[in-house]
Design a protein around this ligand. Structure first.
Ligand code: PHE
Ligand code: ZN
Length: 864
């Protein structure tokens, strides 16, 4: 209900069905940068070729610049014009050389798109549409060019000059300046262009590819950060080997550089031969990074490296195909991480992430298919749906085809589309052709939004020895998609016998492709228990009528670790939802199941730590018709307290048995650290009077950030003198380390204390808080917004706080601001009072003069 009068302008919508090939191709481009933070001169020489028989002029996208000069075939022209920021140049022939010159100001670029300054260095970010802010160019991924880059810069300030591809030459220039030239032989779209100029040092090594190419690897950082680069460099080498072994993909240039920068809108960027990373996904040592950080660094290094094939060698035809590179690459990095440690725990973590971020998106006003049909601002579509649901869709293809046929499909896809800009359809067709499997109906996963709901009912026939399983599916309505068709759901299932705890029916893969289906099992002579969606084989919500007894059985006996975890989660969820809805709680079954899990010495401690954790407030809320944040919080805290008290001896035993001598980063040591802090949390939840002292001791004795931040988190949740002391010590110890200070802000924003809202408001005025750095903004604002009880304070103050911050951030960095908006769009999930207050904030945002199109799209759709 947007007042059309006050709405900014009518938004421009880009539609997938309107795709047409480019009018002009640009087979080569030469770029010449005279770099300076305040005024950089960019000269671009484009070889342009008319793509078909048409008489349209050359249209080069721009980002608000005016050209200082335009030349065609070496001659200055003035018949050009600027239209919607684009440079329009009439051209008579089919083949021309067009030269433009512009001046840009990196130090005033707060959007962090295009060429910008970070920590005194200069760097670029072009995906999706940042290149146009550097120079005039057809800024679309289906225009592929060979790039030559020359940079000149002050030698003292910017001793290191990097760009895509291989270095060609370098030398000194007058006035204390120097220059370097780089050449990238692989045609690429402009979103993969990158340069870096700065005072940097590198951790280097070499990697020999399996066909014998020697590649120099370098991770470039500030000199002081050099000791924190070893983990990322090792992860890069491991990734390169893994992609050769698992996908047969080799690296294709003589250098591969990574640069870490502090100000970055996303995690990292896969620019050809020159990845640029948010420093949080590079820098790590035991003192400053948690195990979670170490794992995330390896995963992101692998992700960006894997893009060299899934994204760069084969790129996207248009931005509607974004999941072609992102879904596939996330699937690839998940496989990589699974192979580095516990595959079971990795799967649990990935599913938890999907449920936390993607399921709510798919159930809300911003739901979209993994291949969207339209957008206002493409930056808003770098979503959990494109990335994580996209990865689940690829995983389902891999499940249906099996490993050999999947690999054959991947080989065919890379072979056939190498050097081109492809579509999701090209990928699916390759999989089909290589496997002989018909994926026609499966394609609905690309076009239909919403999380399918699968209902499973298992009945043992009276007196007989058969059981019947009825499966049915329903795909919920999503914005713009009122009618849905049944999808193909690959469901792995198995039956156990309740009495003998043996297998009644071995695991099988069922492809449910109709609205419902019945499966009959013979030889079922005891009560069967259903294990379903094993390994989370389909990204769906499963509804069953399994009893608490059945779930407890599975949580103790299922041989699929994911299904085992899932049974425990379901048992906990059923208990918590019931308690939140009725105020009545029976904790016995959960306590018994957790006790059983803690007692099972055969289990991996990392798995135990995951299995005994209660579902989050948010996830509990997602199961309810309307979210009651206070009731959910009370129910969860009560269960935590009871678990803490009832199993006190076990938590203390687990705590004692997980102590280690010295820090080691290994899957086993990580698992022990994880379980240690989970146990500490339950000891504190029990109300034990020594809990704060125990946590403080862990905090002080820690030789690694995992233990230290874990203890801090436990203390920050409570109300002890140790809490205040630990926050001070932590702050003082790390006041010059931005990445660790982010943790200090984030830990407080996530606190379950009653005063978290006021604390967060105070923190937003802290001298170390700034909206200009995306990591810092996210550390406080995103963390607060996932704190369900604090954010949804009945007063509406939480909503107002977030809206105020977003309105301020939008003026600096619309892309990052718009990404933080979705929590405000969840108003339909709450009762009237909260819903009204949330809507009021969305309306205030939409009515803000000068709002970016990024924020306008997110906020107006959220009101929708
Ligand atoms: N393409 C990057 C990745 O996922 C993400 C990204 C998008 C980074 C847009 C910056 C800007 O690997
Ligand atoms: Zn990616």
């Amino acid at each position: 209900m947007l007042d059309i009068q006050t709405a900014t302008a009518i938004p421009h919508v880009t539609r997938r069905e309107d795709y047409t090939p480019p009018d002009w191709q640009v087979p080569e481009i030469a770029l010449d940068f005279s770099l300076d933070a305040a005024a950089t001169l960019v000269r671009a020489t484009l070889h342009v070729v008319r793509d078909s028989a048409h008489d349209r002029p050359l249209v080069l996208d721009g980002g608000g610049q005016t050209p200082l000069s335009v030349k065609v075939d070496g001659v200055a022209v003035n018949d050009w014009r600027i239209e919607n920021d684009a440079l329009v140049v009439p051209l008579s022939g089919t083949d021309h050389v067009v030269e433009t010159e512009v001046e840009i100001a990196p130090d005033r670029n707060t959007q962090l798109m295009g060429l910008y300054a970070s920590g005194g260095n200069l760097c670029t970010q072009c995906e999706a549409e940042g290149f146009r802010r550097i120079t005039f160019f057809p800024d679309r991924p289906d225009v592929l060019s060979i790039y030559k880059v020359r940079m000149t810069a002050d030698k003292k300030r910017y001793p290191v000059l990097l760009a895509n591809g291989d270095p060609v030459a370098q030398g000194d220039a007058p006035d204390g300046r120097h220059w370097a030239e780089w050449h990238d032989p692989y045609p690429k779209p402009c979103y993969l262009f990158a340069l870096v100029a700065g005072d940097l040092v590198a951790n280097t090594t070499t990697f020999t590819t399996r066909s014998g190419r020697e590649v120099s690897l370098g991770i470039w950082v500030r000199a002081a950060d050099l000791p924190k680069t070893a983990h990322a460099l090792a992860a890069l080498q491991t990734s390169m080997t893994w992609d050769e072994q698992v996908y047969g993909r080799e690296y294709d240039l003589d250098v591969f550089n990574i640069v870490a920068v502090d100000d970055f809108n996303f995690g990292a960027m896969e620019n050809k031969g020159l990845n640029i990373f948010n420093s949080r996904y590079i820098l790590a040592d035991a003192d400053t990074a948690t195990d979670y950080d170490f794992d995330a660094i390896a995963a992101v290094v692998a992700h960006e490296y894997f893009h060299n094939w899934s994204g760069n060698r084969v790129t996207c035809r248009d931005w509607f195909q974004l999941s072609l590179k992102e879904g596939f690459t996330v699937f690839r990095d998940q496989g990589f991480s699974a192979d580095q440690g516990s595959a079971a725990v990795k799967r649990i973590e990935d599913v938890r992430g999907l449920r936390a971020a993607q399921f709510p998106e798919d159930a809300g006003p911003l739901a979209h298919p993994i291949r969207p049909d339209e957008y206002q601002e493409i930056s808003n579509f770098y979503t959990a749906t494109i990335y994580n649901k996209g990865a689940e869709v690829i995983r389902m293809i891999a499940t249906i085809l099996g490993p050999e046929r999947f690999r054959a499909g991947s080989d065919l896809y890379f072979d056939r589309f190498d050097g081109t800009a492809a579509t999701c359809e090209d990928f699916v067709a390759s999989m089909e052709e290589a496997s002989g499997e018909d994926l026609s109906q499966f394609r609905l996963w690309y076009s239909q939004a919403g999380t399918p709901r699968l209902t499973a009912t298992l009945r043992q026939d009276a007196g007989g020895s058969r059981a019947t399983l009825t499966l049915s599916q329903r795909v919920p309505v999503t914005p713009g998609q009122p009618v849905k068709q049944p999808m193909v759901l690959p469901i792995k299932l198995k039956l156990f016998g309740a009495d003998t705890a043996t297998t009644l029916a071995p695991e099988r893969l069922v492809l449910l492709d109709g609205p419902s289906e019945q499966l009959v099992f013979d030889g079922v002579t005891e009560r069967p228990i259903l294990s379903i969606n094993r390994g989370f084989s389909a990204p769906v919500v499963v509804e069953t009528d399994r009893s608490a007894d059945d779930l407890a059985f599975l949580s103790a006996h299922d041989d699929d670790p994911f299904a085992r975890y899932e049974a425990m989660q379901q048992l906990m969820l059923d208990t918590l939802v019931q308690a939140a809805a009725t105020g009545q709680a029976d904790h016995k079954a959960v306590i018994a199941a957790v006790a059983h899990t803690l007692d099972d010495a055969a289990l991996d401690p990392a798995f135990v730590a995951e299995a005994v954790l209660l579902p989050s407030d948010n996830f509990i809320g997602d199961q309810m018709a309307l979210v009651d944040p206070e009731a959910i919080f009370r129910a969860r805290e009560a269960l935590r307290r009871d678990l803490g008290k009832a199993l006190d001896v076990r938590w203390r035993a687990a705590y004692a048995s997980t102590q280690a001598d010295a820090f080691v980063y290994s899957p086993a040591a990580k698992g022990l650290r994880r379980l240690k802090t989970v146990a500490l949390g339950y000891i504190a939840a029990s109300g034990a009077c020594d809990a704060a002292a125990l946590a403080f001791k862990q905090f002080e004795a820690a030789d690694n950030m995992t233990d230290r931040q874990g203890a801090l988190g436990v203390l920050v949740a409570g109300d002890s003198a140790e809490r205040v002391a630990a926050l001070d010590i932590f702050y003082n110890r790390y006041s010059d380390n931005a990445l660790v200070l982010d943790k200090w802000f984030q830990t407080q924003a996530l606190s379950p204390r009653d005063d978290t809202l006021e604390q967060v408001q105070t923190l937003s005025r802290h001298r170390d808080f700034t909206l200009a750095n995306p990591n810092r903004a996210r550390a406080l604002i995103s963390a607060f917004a996932v704190n369900q009880r604090a954010f949804n304070a009945a007063s509406g103050e939480g909503y107002r706080f977030v809206a105020d911050q977003l309105i301020a951030l939008d003026k600096l960095n619309p892309q990052t601001a718009a990404k933080l908006l979705p929590p405000l769009g969840r108003w339909r999930r709450f009762a009237e009072e909260r819903a009204t207050r949330m809507r009021a904030e969305l309306e205030r945002i939409v009515a803000t003069p000068g709002l970016s199109k990024d924020m306008f799209e997110q906020a107006s759709k959220s009101l929708g």
